[in-house]
Design a protein around this ligand. Structure first.
Ligand code: GCU
Length: 430
């Protein structure tokens, strides 16, 4: 009997390991149980050479960090560019009771017999010549961010959601306006900014399937999924954000020098990665981006590398899975992702009840990126302790932790707009 039980246990053990079901450690929400860690120093080259100047950072250290993030975490994006086709599908002159204008542009690519069609919704404030613009991907289709009946429903695969009336993985009228609370378009327009948004699933549907979305357009002969160091879904969403920037640069109604990239949660991870890779984004904002976004991985507080790679195996490159349970072996940590954005302003927003995303770890990434900002004469986060709840700090790195949970609230947008205003005003005064 005893032997039989042992044999069964052994089989179960082997089976669970084989299929990655090994028990994960408990989620840690206790600050006193954060493991001791040493962060990689952004201001030292791997051979120990110190980085003294902005030039050395830009020419020596930065490219090496980009390679590490590409190779170990987000995966490389394709080197070659495809030529886009822009088609204006719809334009309106009186959106939001006349506050703004609306454009809906299809950005299409074709390669290797595959097509990708992404739908960009743009609102621009009336009476503003060449408007500054916020860019942000959305989770369920452009039609969800507004009640505006003219907004075209996404035709891409959408995750089912009973609350949003989405079934059969297709958007319908019931989902119109279900996410208005996250997108205060009228307030954005009144503040003198435009908004450009796209459904992230237009770029790559958020499922562990590499036969759809943008990836197949770049496969080599016989390839059916990215190689170990090639882009996952976050890399694809970041690629899409760069293609949005390509479009905005040639739209005469937009001031392409004042484009602010904002992303929430998994899309905050994508925004940071895109903002790091694409210097055309003037300001980058991460909202509750957490693990794989702004939060320091080595803290293993809330969501960990192992958890994220298990629940979302398609988000990062395959190489990243080597760090499951081994955060200390990562050659980089997320403060260095923030540092890659320097000297451009970056804002990190956290929420008090969103412990899964590790608000303190998000703050500490800003603190530990600050020495790189200092090389440029920019002011990062000086205080090693996070500010009190609802007490934002707006330097060249900004931060707040608002009350409430994992979401995008009016409070967050008020900070983002104030931060962008201040930064753009400072540029004008120079
Ligand atoms: C999950 C995931 C997070 C992610 C979030 C979101 O909670 O674990 O990493 O940020 O989804 O995108 O809403």
């Amino acid at each position: 009997m005893n032997v039989l039980i042992r044999v069964i246990c052994l089989i179960l053990f082997l089976f669970s390991h084989r299929y990655g079901m090994a028990q994960q450690p408990q989620v840690n929400y206790d600050e006193s149980k954060v493991p001791e860690y040493t962060l990689p120093d952004p201001l030292h080259l791997p051979d120990g050479h110190p980085v003294h100047s902005a030039n050395e950072w830009m020419n020596d250290r930065r490219p090496q960090l980009v390679r590490s993030f590409e190779h170990e975490m987000y995966g490389k994006m394709p080197g070659r560019q495809l030529t886009p086709t822009y088609t204006m599908l719809e334009e309106g002159n009186a959106a939001f009771a006349g506050l703004g204008t609306r454009k809906q542009v299809e950005i299409a690519f074709e390669n290797q017999g595959r097509q990708l069609k992404m739908l960009l919704l743009i609102y621009l404030p009336k009476g503003v010549d060449r408007a500054p613009v916020f860019v942000g991907l959305n989770f369920y289709g452009n039609q969800t961010i507004t009640q505006d009946p003219q907004v075209i429903l996404t035709s891409s695969w959408v995750p089912n959601n009973d609350n949003f009336g989405i079934d059969a993985n297709a958007a319908n009228e019931a989902s119109r306006g279900v996410r208005v609370s996250r997108w205060p378009v009228a307030d954005i327009l009144r503040a003198g900014y435009g908004l450009a948004t796209m459904y992230y699933g237009d770029i790559d549907p958020d499922r562990d399937d590499f036969t759809d979305g943008v990836h197949p357009l770049f496969y080599q002969n016989g390839q059916s999924r990215p190689k170990d160091d090639e882009w996952g879904a976050i890399g694809a969403w970041a690629w899409g954000l760069m293609r949005i920037m390509d479009y905005l640069q040639q739209d005469p109604d937009v001031d392409a020098d004042r484009v602010v990239l904002m992303g929430h949660s998994r899309l905050g991870k994508a925004a940071l990665w895109a903002g790091a890779m694409d210097p055309r984004y003037a300001i980058v904002i991460s909202n509750d981006s957490g693990c794989g976004g702004a939060a320091i991985s080595r803290r293993a507080f809330g969501e960990t590398v192992q958890r994220i790679n298990t629940a979302f195996p398609h988000w990062f490159c395959t190489n990243f899975k080597r760090y499951n349970g081994h955060e200390a072996d990562l050659p980089v940590d997320q403060h260095e992702l923030i540092a890659l954005i320097a000297p451009r302003p970056v804002y990190i927003a956290s929420a008090e009840d969103d412990q899964w995303a590790d608000p303190t770890g998000e703050y500490l990434a800003g603190v530990n990126a600050s020495p790189v900002y200092a090389l440029f004469g920019k002011m990062g986060l000086q205080d090693p302790r996070p500010p009190a709840v609802n007490q934002p700090v707006h330097y060249d790195i900004g931060y707040h932790r608002r009350t409430g949970g994992h979401d995008v609230k009016m409070y967050d947008w008020q900070q983002f707009i104030a931060f962008a205003d201040r930064q753009f005003r400072a540029v004008r005064q120079r």
